[in-house]
Design a protein around this ligand. Structure first.
Ligand code: ADP
Length: 508
């Protein structure tokens, strides 16, 4: 500091300076003669070290050092360093008058007279015990961590500090790796692509880099790493390096890869199955289609036989003929159902708003008078769903005819059809008081040909619910059943609700 000789408020400048030094309390500021004997002592020095000026002036400054430092002649080393270089800075333990220690930052500055002769040293000491303790604890913590590699790098990416976790994970000892560029941990391909540089650039630009990738150990083996890089900046924001935390997540990666592989295989199987299912369905459709003509012929000739040759047949012959006609009727139903199933699976379905009550009424008309009498319908007239009218009608018909068909022997069928809007969808419910379905069968009944009863008790083809299932799937809805044996069943279907102001388009 240079003060003009005019002084300050009438006080001579060197006195102002002296007053200032004397009153500083956060720093110990004192002067040593060329041999290291204390010649001045400020208030800060008294506070920090516990000596009054008269107790310390005239004593050698080595009194402040620990026995270990004294054994190494640290005081002598510092004085000689300052004498030669002009300035010497150090951090270390110092001893107070009462024997307690503090962590000091020390700056020793050479003082020369106008001829360049050494006349002593100025010494400024700061107590950094608190900071040192927390840094020390932090270092202990970092060094002791074994599950994470934690290390620092300079601005160029050269490795600085290196913890135990880093040593274990990457297999380099600290002294082998310090000063080496961190790209050594990357694979050849990543190095060629400039990944290490890109990581540092991203960290600088965004304040953070986080990623996963292959890393290479000293022995050349690889591990899958999760990495976080953070730029380190000083108080004024200048970049002085990076910290890097790496975790070996190879096990997790292996697990994820295995899961992914299974998922891919499964996906492939599903695709293959869908493909072969579609081929089978196409095959069944064309077979059913082609069966109709010979079936009609069998039916026709059986009828001709009955009409024209009845007198030639005995009772046994007539019974056989009856069986043929019944079998033809059953096969006709089967062929028709298969064709319906094929149609629902294959036709282009264009969805549009359909009035639900109208579709219900169409289905009910096909039921027959007797059944209609024991059906209750509870559907609001303005309720509309996104659907295809024909498919929707067929679906409702299948549910209703099942509800009537599977009634119990000891009570008359009662069936109720209702519909309620539900979160952007409409749920259609068909409830009966029939024989019910055991829980273990409630899934499989939706598949083609899955039936729970013999044909004598309840006739059918096992295709009705498969059509419902496929129709719902194609109209982007959902379906389900709640049932208990002997207590009736409730089948439900959910379809997207049509927007309020949309026009009905599907009346074909
Ligand atoms: P189908 O009615 O021709 O037998 P579905 O595919 O319509 O074929 O139904 C499959 C099976 O599910 C039926 O055979 C029956 O066992 C069971 N099922 C369907 N609806 C009901 C119902 N409402 N009550 C009891 N069982 C039912």
């Amino acid at each position: 500091m240079v003060l003009s000789d005019r002084g300050f408020a009438g006080v001579k400048s060197h006195d102002v300076f002296r007053l200032m030094v004397d009153s500083v309390v956060d720093y110990a500021i004192f002067v040593l003669d060329p041999t290291g004997v204390v010649v001045s002592w400020n208030l800060g020095a008294e506070r920090l070290k516990g000596y009054k000026p008269k107790e310390i002036i005239g004593k050698h400054f080595s009194i402040f050092y620990t026995p270990a430092d004294l054994a190494n002649d640290k005081p002598g080393h510092e004085i000689r360093g300052a004498a030669e270089l002009g300035r010497f800075e150090d951090e270390g333990w110092r001893v107070r008058k009462d024997g307690s220690r503090f962590w000091a930052n020390v700056i020793l500055t050479r003082i020369l007279d106008e001829h360049g002769t050494l006349i002593g040293f100025g010494k400024i000491t700061r107590d950094l015990t608190d900071r040192h303790q927390s840094e020390f604890r932090y270092r202990l913590l970092v060094e002791g961590v074994v599950d994470y590699a934690i290390y620092s790098m300079d601005v160029h990416g050269n490795v600085g500090s290196w913890n135990l976790g880093a040593e274990r994970m990457k297999r380099y000892k600290a002294d082998e790796i310090e000063g080496k560029h961190f790209s050594i941990f990357y694979t050849e391909e990543d190095r060629k692509k400039g990944l290490p540089e890109r990581i540092l650039r991203t960290a600088v630009e965004t304040g953070h880099f986080e990623g996963e990738g292959w890393r290479v150990r000293k022995d050349g083996s690889r591990f899958w790493a999760s990495v976080v890089v953070t730029p380190l900046r000083d108080d004024v924001g200048n970049l002085y390096g990076f910290s890097k935390v790496t975790r070996d997540i190879s096990e997790r990666k292996a697990l994820q890869d295995a899961i992914q592989q299974h998922a891919d295989e499964l996906e492939l199987r599903v695709q293959e199955r869908e493909q072969s299912n579609a081929e089978l369905e196409a095959f069944a459709y064309s077979v059913s289609h082609d069966l109709r003509a010979p079936l009609r012929a069998i039916g026709g000739f059986a009828e001709a036989l009955r009409q024209d040759y009845d007198s030639h047949l005995d009772d046994g012959g007539r019974d056989y003929l009856k069986e043929i006609v019944a079998a033809v009727a059953r096969m006709n139903t089967l062929v028709q159902d298969l064709l319906d199933y094929g149609r629902v699976s294959r036709i282009d379905i264009s969805l549009g708003p359909v009035n639900l009550l109208e579709a219900v009424n169409d289905a009910v008309r096909q039921l027959g008078d007797e059944r209609r009498g024991s059906l209750r319908v509870d559907v609001a007239p303005d309720l509309r769903v996104q659907a295809q009218q024909q498919v929707l009608t067929q679906m409702i018909f299948n549910l209703l005819s099942n509800a009537f068909k599977f009634h119990s022997r000891n009570s008359a069928p009662e069936v109720r059809l209702s519909a309620q809007p539900k979160n952007g969808a409409v749920r259609l419910t068909v409830r009966d008081n029939g024989i019910g379905i055991a829980p273990q069968h409630q899934q499989r009944i939706w598949q083609v040909f899955e039936r729970l009863h013999d044909r004598e008790s309840y006739p059918g083809t096992g295709i009705g619910l498969a059509i419902v299932h496929r129709a719902v799937e194609r109209m982007q809805g959902n379906r389900g059943v709640e049932s208990e044996v002997g207590k009736g069943s409730t089948f439900w279907v959910e379809l997207p609700r049509a927007p309020e102001n949309s026009k009905e388009t599907n009346h074909e």
